[in-house]
Write a protein that binds this ligand. Structure first.
Ligand code: SF4
Ligand code: SF4
Length: 438
């Protein structure tokens, strides 16, 4: 056993209202600079939707894709210039500025002096980068405006794949659904950005697992941009270097939360320390079946309350207050004790460390179809079956398509709501609810 400590985050998606306060405060703190105008270390995606950069989840379809990338890794064994060429060619597609969005501003002088028009503002937006007039075609949250059944299928790669596989996707207009998915770098246990950097500029800190870019060593190869399946490394076109979310390490080092967590309006971000067995990471990341990857990653985590683990952690030089922090860690509780958090796209095999509590809402369907809602003690399981968000969709996001863990989480969440309703009403709690919560 080789015990290591890792910072991580769990986000409760039922509580995100899509206000983007996290994104804006992160931008003010980290990317309010020339060269990174288009960059959002923290972004909030509308789901279903294409994401940011758009179609980042659909990399099998891109020229090269992961399949060719595997050939590229074979080519690595060849060595020399051929190796470099093949690796560049074989990397998944490099997103272009328009896949993120071209940051724009208005010509404010013209805005004030422009003749009145039918709509305001009347001035044309200008590119923040070139200063030219720009036609805004895409932005970080464009999907918010794309509601509707067929459009959803077309715009979201996950839904489109489900539709191709003829899975039941309830997309009639009256049953459309949406929720928000805030994303930062996953600070993966098995980070492909680190593995793909030819300059050794990307590294994972041994003390807390935060993944950073050494700006002095970065040579601007951008292999990390293509190599990260979550597309969470960005190229600064002024400095010619890669940049990424730092998990606000200067704040974390003095005991403060990340900016996005501190300013989150929904209070949905839980930060904590996890202890894990570094010797088990490689084996877990290469589990032969994709649907095993969620459980495989969970098994890499170590129980911080186990005296053997605590002793091994001390031997490994992990400070006692970090072990105590791991014992109190809300993310350990949400992932392992309550088992309500799931990783995003475990099939990418990088072992992400930002996990999500999937959304139980909305429950409108339940009210109409069964006369109860998701918090009704007597009808918990019926309520789950009538949920509007297809469990298959959540499974594609969080468990590589396996619906069983998602269903179990949603049942637990519904049971917890029901339990708290009974408690708040001062009524005796139903034993079956307590069993479902347990
Ligand atoms: Fe690297 Fe991407 Fe993982 Fe972040 S999400 S650690 S950038 S592979
Ligand atoms: Fe969601 Fe919180 Fe960000 Fe608002 S600040 S968009 S509630 S994660």
């Amino acid at each position: 056993m080789r015990v290591m400590a890792q910072m991580g985050m769990v986000m409760n998606l039922d509580k995100c209202i899509g206000c983007h306060t996290c994104s804006v405060t992160c931008k003010q703190a980290w990317t309010n600079r020339s060269g990174v105008e288009y960059v959002w270390f923290n972004n909030v995606e509308t789901r279903p939707g294409q994401g940011y950069p758009r179609t980042y989840q659909d990399q099998e379809r891109w020229l090269g894709g992961w399949t060719l990338n595997r050939r590229g890794r074979l080519a690595l064994k060849a060595g020399g210039r051929l190796k470099k060429l093949l690796t560049i060619f074989a990397s998944p597609k490099q997103p272009q500025l328009e896949d993120y969005y071209e940051p724009w501003t208005y010509d404010y002088d013209n805005l004030v002096q422009a003749p009145p028009g039918e709509h305001v503002p009347v001035a044309r937006p200008k590119s923040l980068i070139s200063g030219e007039d720009t036609q805004v075609r895409w932005s970080a949250n464009w999907d918010d405006d794309l509601g509707g059944g067929p459009e959803l299928t077309r715009s979201d790669p996950v839904l489109a794949a489900m539709a191709r596989a003829n899975e039941q996707v309830r997309l009639e207009f009256e049953k459309t659904f949406m929720f928000y998915l805030p994303r930062i770098c996953e600070h993966c246990l098995n980070p492909s950005c680190v593995a793909s950097c030819p300059s050794g500029a990307l590294y994972k800190r041994s003390e807390d697992g935060i993944v950073l870019v050494d700006q002095d060593r970065c040579r601007g190869w951008r292999m990390c941009v293509t190599g990260c399946p979550y597309k969470k490394v960005y190229f600064n076109h002024r400095t010619g270097k890669a940049e990424k979310c730092t998990f606000c390490f200067p704040r974390v080092e003095v005991g403060l939360p990340t900016v996005c967590s501190e300013t989150c309006v929904g209070r949905l971000r839980y930060i904590g320390v996890m202890l894990y067995d570094a010797d088990r990471v490689a084996e877990a990341a290469s589990a032969p079946e994709e649907h095993d990857l969620y459980e495989a990653q969970r098994r890499v985590f170590l129980d911080p309350n186990d005296p053997v683990v605590a002793r091994e952690a001390e031997r490994a030089g992990i400070p006692r207050d970090w072990v105590q922090a791991a014992q109190r860690s809300p993310i350990w509780a949400l992932i392992n004790t309550y088992r309500v958090a799931l990783p995003l796209h475990p099939e990418y095999r990088t072992m992400p460390m930002v996990w999500y509590i999937p959304p139980l809402s909305p429950v409108v369907d339940v009210v109409r179809e069964t006369g109860v809602d998701g918090e009704d003690a007597g009808n918990l399981f019926g309520a789950i079956d009538a949920l509007r968000i297809p469990i298959g969709y959540l499974a594609e996001l969080f468990t590589a398509g396996d619906p069983a863990p998602v269903t179990a989480v949603l049942r637990r969440l519904a049971a917890m709501r029901s339990f708290m309703r009974e408690v708040n009403l001062g009524r005796p709690t139903d034993e079956s609810i307590a069993a479902a919560v347990g």
